[in-house]
Design a protein around this ligand. Structure first.
Ligand code: NAD
Length: 469
């Protein structure tokens, strides 16, 4: 592949002293090699970001222009970036291109956001303003499910606010982020965006490093705890976007045939590897059999295969540990008496393919209901009454998002409002947008991304108090 997969440090390509293999999940074979940053290279990236900060924070117009230029690159090169994403992540090319275009949309959105300057007092005694100041160097750490989009969710607002960034993608999907760093070398001043790749230890070294003032992290709850602990001694600010176990509650007035398409789409998008995918569905007795059948029919009809092939709807699971985990949770449910209405096992052959799976006759207490499966297997749970469904939906440490489905949208909205989570959807799920703040209650996160609220997460509040006496 002719793409540039070198790291970007101080505006230049950094030579790799060591590399690691990046596996194509559709084959299970190493497809590319990525640089493994040395401790000295991480220091160099942090120093470059620190050195670039004073100039960058001083020129707001240049920041907006640069983000717009970055957006244009995403739109112009969406297929090129998309092919790299499909190679490393597995998702079908059409979805990969959509992710790249989404990155452009988010960059453009943040380029137009205002950094407010609020006057809170203006009288004989004083003029008092509240302003938003950048923080300094931001360490951005991302997962493997939406590597490019989730990187942009961090760097667009961080850069607009006047910070500089050191970005580290997941070792499973470093290529698209490395390519992004290379593509933006001509757009951003040297040191404003540095991209380093490596394993989990590199992430830990970033959180312990004395240069960044802020850690913006997306990943699992377990790693989020480590990030928070590593940030604590230095009181670094953190935004943590962590895992979810989103419930969908189907009400008794819903039409199973009408809701099945949307439920299926929101559970299986990106092969279920979405933090806020539907991960368990609660269904009343009267609708249970019909909805299980409708979902199973869609699972059986889904076309899975290599994401590079035409017409493929679902690619492989991204990596071997995750593939094994999904298999383990499904096997555990089946051993506990669940029934696979569709799928239930891996697909024979190379690559990390797993048949889209609908599990019926499964209940809270089964691991696949209680834990985040993050893969193409969906448990359908019976409930007796709405209070029972809400108690089960909320009976978890997760609190990312959830949805309620029914013909009476007002009733559904009232019930959705009682879900303990950051986004409560009604008759939809996974409807994310740049202007909507996204974050989790409880163990699903700290802080939010997107919208002005996400932008503020990359700022410190400063009071400017001018005495008039
Ligand atoms: P992960 O926590 O294993 O890794 C995420 C990133 O953290 C990777 O870049 C990894 O190298 C790095 N890392 C690992 N150990 C570290 C440490 N000690 N210190 C600092 N960085 C470290 O997560 P994953 O498996 O890549 O991603 C899947 C998880 O991400 C799921 O739980 C999913 O729900 C969650 N997720 C959340 C959101 C959200 O916005 N809430 C979005 C996407 C994914």
């Amino acid at each position: 592949m002719p793409e540039d997969f070198s790291m970007t440090i101080g505006g230049r390509a950094a030579d790799a002293t060591a590399t690691f293999g990046v596996i194509d999940p559709a084959t299970g074979e190493v497809a590319e090699r990525a640089p493994d940053a040395s401790p000295a290279q991480l220091d160099a990236a942090m120093s470059a970001a620190e050195a670039a900060y004073p100039g960058w924070r001083g020129d707001e117009a240049a920041r907006r222009e640069a983000l717009l230029a970055a957006a244009d690159i995403m739109f112009a090169r969406s297929e090129e970036f998309g092919r790299v994403l499909t190679l490393e992540q597995g998702k079908p090319l059409r979805d990969a291109i959509r992710e790249v275009v989404g990155a452009g949309v988010w960059l453009r959105y943040f380029a137009g956001l205002e950094l407010p300057r609020e006057v809170i007092q203006d009288d004989a005694a004083a003029l008092v303003e509240v302003v938003r100041r950048p923080m300094g160097v931001v360490a951005a750490i991302t997962p493997w499910n939406y590597p490019l989009l989730l990187a942009v969710w961090k760097l667009a607002p961080a850069l607009l606010a006047g910070n500089t960034v050191v970005l580290k993608p997941s070792p499973f999907t470093p290529l698209s982020s490395l390519m992004l760093g290379a593509a933006l070398r001509d757009v951003l001043p040297p040191g404003v965006l540095n991209v380093v790749s490596g394993g989990d230890a590199l992430g830990a070294a970033m959180t312990a490093h004395d240069v960044p003032r802020k850690i913006s992290f997306t990943g699992s709850v377990a790693t989020g705890r480590r990030v928070a602990a590593a940030a604590a001694p230095d009181l670094k600010r953190v935004t943590l976007e962590l895992g979810g176990n989103d419930p969908a509650i189907v009400l008794d007035d819903a039409d199973p045939a009408a809701v099945a398409d949307r439920l299926f789409a929101a559970a299986f998008q990106n092969n279920g590897q979405v933090c806020s995918a539907i991960k368990r569905v609660y269904v009343p007795d009267a609708l249970y059999a019909d909805l299980v059948d409708a979902l199973a029919e869609r699972a059986r009809a889904a076309r899975i295969g290599n994401g590079m092939d035409d017409g493929v709807q679902y690619g492989p699971i991204n990596n071997r540990p995750q593939y094994e985990r999904v298999g383990e949770l499904v096997a555990d449910a089946l051993a506990g008496g669940a029934r696979a209405a569709a799928g239930g096992r891996p697909v024979d052959g190379p690559g990390y393919f797993f048949a889209p799976t609908i599990l019926a006759d499964v209940d809270d207490g089964a691991r696949i209901v209680d834990e985040e499966q993050f893969g193409p297997a969906l448990p359908i749970v019976r409930y007796a009454g709405v209070e029972d469904a809400l108690a089960r939906a909320n009976g978890t440490h997760f609190g990312l998002s959830g949805s309620v489905w029914g013909a009476d949208a007002d009733r559904a909205a009232e019930i959705a409002g009682r879900l303990e989570c950051g986004t409560a959807w009604v008759n939809t799920h996974l409807a994310l947008a740049p202007h909507q703040p996204f974050g989790g209650f409880k163990h699903s996160g700290v802080g939010v991304e997107n919208g002005p609220w996400g932008l503020y997460g990359f700022t410190e509040l400063q009071v400017v108090h001018r005495s008039k006496n």
